[in-house]
Design a protein around this ligand. Structure first.
Ligand code: MG
Ligand code: ZN
Length: 229
């Protein structure tokens, strides 16, 4: 059998398809970004592994900013609308995207979800991405800020194992900080790992449960809104 033909061509085809998909996504993300700019809404793409506390942070954030920030959430999950129902209790507009087998959100999905929102009436839009540290990194959604969460219960080496995602983040939130001592978390080691992989990312330690560290987070969120108003 000729080694030049057959299976060896497969990776090339896959690669080309991948490039086309990402190229098309980038075009649509640029359109989203223009729409968000024109309607004056700040958009934060929230990424993490499953269970790092994205929904808990957004629940708390929506509750605490209610009254002076008009916020909405687009939430992506493989299945269920559990997170959307949790977030809906805040009274903010929530759009659930159920991706089925797709493990990330794409710009086209955000464009469609935005048709269900009155963007001009919003200051802030959170996008809670599908819990996954791999491919969401490659899909620009048109956001103005990208935030990655890593919980103290996940240990210190997530930035080393998933460098691409951390490299694209503006802020790294270290969540569930109230559990740090209980699980023997080494905060110096995590800071060192993030600093090595993603020196651009600001690190904020916080707890959505106790409220520790949230003031800094809210200052960043308000700053972003101000910049996009
Ligand atoms: Mg969630
Ligand atoms: Zn994916």
């Amino acid at each position: 059998m000729n080694e030049e033909s057959g299976p060896v061509q497969q990776p090339h085809r896959v690669l080309h398809l991948h490039e086309r998909v990402l190229g098309r996504n980038q075009e649509l993300a640029t359109l989203n970004r223009r729409l968000f700019h024109d309607t004056g809404v700040a958009v934060i793409n929230v990424l993490s592994a499953p269970g790092s506390g994205k929904t808990a942070l957004l629940e708390r954030t929506l509750a605490d900013l209610k009254g002076d920030v008009r916020a909405a959430v687009i939430v992506g999950d493989l299945a269920t609308d559990n997170d959307a129902r949790r977030l809906s209790r805040s009274g903010a507009p929530i759009v659930q995207i159920t991706t089925g087998t797709l493990c990330h959100l794409e710009a086209s999905m955000i464009a469609r979800a935005c048709e269900e929102l009155d963007l001009a009436s919003l200051d802030l839009l959170f996008i809670e991405n599908v819990g996954n540290l791999v491919c969401p990194a490659s899909f620009d959604l048109g956001e103005s800020l990208r935030v990655v969460l890593t919980a103290v219960t996940e240990g210190e080496d997530k930035p080393l194992k998933y460098p691409t995602l951390f490299k694209t983040a503006n802020i790294a939130l270290v969540t569930k900080i109230e559990l740090a001592d209980a699980c023997g978390f080494d905060r110096v080691a995590l800071r060192k790992n993030i600093g090595e992989i993603a020196p651009q990312a600001e690190i904020i330690e916080l707890s959505a449960r106790t409220g520790c560290g949230l003031a800094v987070w809210y200052t960043r969120v308000r700053g972003l809104i101000h910049a996009h108003a």
